[in-house]
Every structure is written in structure tokens, then in C-alpha cells.
Design a protein around this ligand. Structure first.
Ligand SMILES: C[S@@+](CC[C@H](N)C(=O)[O-])C[C@H]1O[C@@H](n2cnc3c(N)ncnc32)[C@H](O)[C@@H]1O
Length: 317
């Protein structure tokens, strides 16, 4: 079962009206989407999801809440193309990134270092690149780079070396085989700080699903898809996604440094967005759902009227 993270907060910060047009970029098992639907009886929900299995489960939940929705079975990197096709601008857009608990818990999907399965890690099972390809075909430098960059793994070099070494004798077929290679390539003391394969598995998953590139493009496109006054809520689960989100939000909500001393900021340089919030789950939520402990939600709003008043407010900050 998947327990939606920061559910109440996301619904509150999306500022829904009964006729809001909302986009859920990550339908998953429909937890957020079904709550959104129940708040927008006269509005419409567009929900993106790349995993057909998740869609099957979400459908029952959505059907119970209304019929004013469309599920778009594609990667959210296509958000702009899909919404332009439908001539849609949104009042609210939600990203709840990463994998869902059922994806992680289903051994067959090959995401878990606790359960044995063929190395896969694709959220979209029709896509070409699998964890098996990454682990068995990438050169040492590429393996080291992804482990370091996407896993922030300090033993990236030793782990990449161990993978290459192992491959000289046989292919790495399964999740537990990979987890064991990683465990044996890091110092004993590192093995005591959580599972030594956690960061490497995260890194390989990010590479397989191109998670950071697609998120960056989709988030930038989403800013342009918002109606004035509309909001984007982004829930992230690790610092790489969160830093990327923070950077993009800061860029679009601030005046370029070199213009800050001007008495009047030219219209073209006035920010069109303002940052609304950055929040983490309550202690109670973390207690009830430990998976939420690394979550953070950032919220940004498209400024309704970026006239003189807004300009002065920003300058005074
Ligand atoms: C954390 S779950 C979302 C859970 C959902 N909010 C709920 O309450 O049930 C993330 C979902 O987003 C999907 N997903 C992740 N990246 C995606 C992408 N680039 N395009 C489409 N779906 C994506 C995953 O397949 C997964 O089902």
C-alpha cells in the first residue's frame, strides 16, 4: 500500500476552488489525485503517470470520486506538449517525485536491495534502459560518475571498480548480487551506517529513469503552464531533487543581482513568481509513515499582477 506524503499540506497549498484545473504530474496510486478530485467537482484533473500498473490501481480510487479527470499515460517530461494539445493552463500542478511504496515493495520491479530480482528499476516498463544495462555495460568512469553524482556516494570509485572486476567473470544479474558486490567493496565501518547499497541503488535508479533531467525540464515547462495566481507544489525525497527545485524557484522569483539597485525595476525583469513555502512532514506523520522522513514540499505561485506594488514589495525584502 502507498501512503501519500504531505497529503493535507499539498491540498491546502494548492489553494483549490471547486472549478480549479489541476495537473497531478505523478498520479501513482491516486492518493493525492483522489483528494484533489473531491475538492474540484466543477473543475478538471489531468493526471500523468508512466507506470501502467500504478494507473490500474489508481483508477478505482478516482472513479469513486468523479469522472472529471483524464489520465495521461506518459512521462511528465511531455507535460507541455500534452497540455498544449488540450489547450490547458493550470490553477495547480503537483509533483510527488520518486517511486511509490508498491513499486519498491514489488520485488519483481528490481528496485529493492532487500529482495532478490532481476536488475530492472524502470518506472516505465516500456522504456529501453534497465539497471541491468547500466551495471553490466557502463564503463568505469561512467559508473563512478553516476554513483557520485546521483548517489552522493563517497565510495563511488571503489564500488565502480568492484563492479568492473566482478564483470570480468560473470554478468551481474540480480539485485542481491549487486548489493553484495557493493557491501564487499566498502569499509566495514560504512556497512554499519544503514545499508551500504542504498545510495548506489538510488543513483542507478536515477540514471535508469533520467529522473533529474526530466524533472528539470518538466518543472520549467510547468511554470509556463500556470495561470496567474496558480501554484506548483513539489514534494521531493532526496537532496538532489530538492536542490534542483530550490534553484529553479529562486531563479524565477528573484530580481537579477545587478538590477537590484535600480530605483525602478524594468517590467521585463520583475519576477513573475513568488515562493510561498518550504515545509517538511510533522513528527506525527513521520511516526506513522517513516518513508516521509526525507520529504520536503516547496510551493511557488505565479504572481497575479506584477505591477508597481509587487515590485516595491520585492525591493523592500
Ligand atoms: C511517490 S509516487 C506518487 C504517489 C501519489 N502521489 C499518491 O498519493 O498515490 C510517484 C509516482 O510518480 C511516477 N513517476 C515518477 N516519475 C515520473 C515521470 N517522469 N513521469 C510520469 N510518472 C512518473 C512513478 O511511477 C510513481 O508512480
Amino acid at each position: 500500500m502507498h501512503i501519500s506524503v504531505l497529503l493535507e499540506e499539498a491540498i491546502r497549498y494548492l489553494n483549490l476552488r471547486k472549478d480549479s484545473i489541476v495537473v497531478d504530474a505523478t498520479l501513482g496510486y491516486g492518493g493525492h489525485s483522489s483528494h484533489i478530485l473531491s475538492k474540484i467537482p466543477e473543475g478538471y484533473l489531468y493526471a500523468f503517470e508512466q507506470d501502467k500498473e500504478a494507473i490500474k490501481h489508481a483508477l478505482d480510487k478516482l472513479k469513486a470520486c468523479g469522472d472529471n479527470y483524464e489520465i495521461i499515460n506518459t512521462n511528465f517530461v511531455n507535460i507541455q506538449k500534452e497540455l498544449d494539445k488540450r489547450n490547458v493552463q493550470a490553477d495547480g500542478i503537483l509533483f510527488d517525485l520518486g517511486v511509490s511504496s508498491p513499486q519498491l515493495d514489488n520485488a519483481e520491479r528490481g528496485f529493492s536491495f532487500h529482495q532478490d530480482a532481476k536488475l530492472d528499476m524502470r518506472m516505465d516498463r516500456d522504456s529501453a534502459l534497465t539497471a541491468y544495462e547500466v551495471v553490466n555495460t557502463y564503463a568505469y568512469e561512467d559508473l563512478k560518475r553516476i554513483l557520485y553524482k546521483y548517489g552522493e556516494e563517497k565510495y563511488a570509485s571503489s564500488i565502480a571498480k568492484a563492479i568492473i572486476q566482478y564483470r570480468l567473470t560473470k554478468k551481474i544479474d540480480s539485485t542481491l548480487e549487486l548489493a553484495e558486490i557493493i557491501k564487499n567493496s566498502v569499509p566495514e565501518k560504512y556497512r554499519k551506517k544503514g545499508h551500504p547499497a542504498r545510495k548506489s541503488f538510488q543513483a542507478i535508479r536515477i540514471e535508469v529513469n533520467h529522473e533529474l533531467e526530466v524533472f528539470e525540464k518538466a518543472l520549467k515547462d510547468s511554470l509556463e503552464l500556470l495561470k496567474p495566481g496558480g501554484r506548483i507544489c513539489v514534494i521531493t525525497f532526496h537532496s538532489l531533487e530538492d536542490r534542483l527545485c530550490k534553484k529553479i524557484f529562486n531563479e524565477v522569483s528573484s530580481i537579477p543581482h545587478e538590477l537590484r539597485k535600480l530605483p525602478v525595476i524594468p517590467e521585463a525583469y520583475r519576477p513573475k513568481f513568488k515562493v510561498i513555502a518550504s515545509i517538511t512532514p510533522s513528527k506525527e506523520e513521520i511516526k506513522n509513515n517513516p518513508r516521509s522522513r526525507s520529504a520536503r514540499m516547496r510551493v511557488i505561485e505565479r504572481i497575479d499582477n506584477y505591477g508597481k506594488k509587487e515590485n516595491e514589495k520585492i525591493k523592500n525584502n
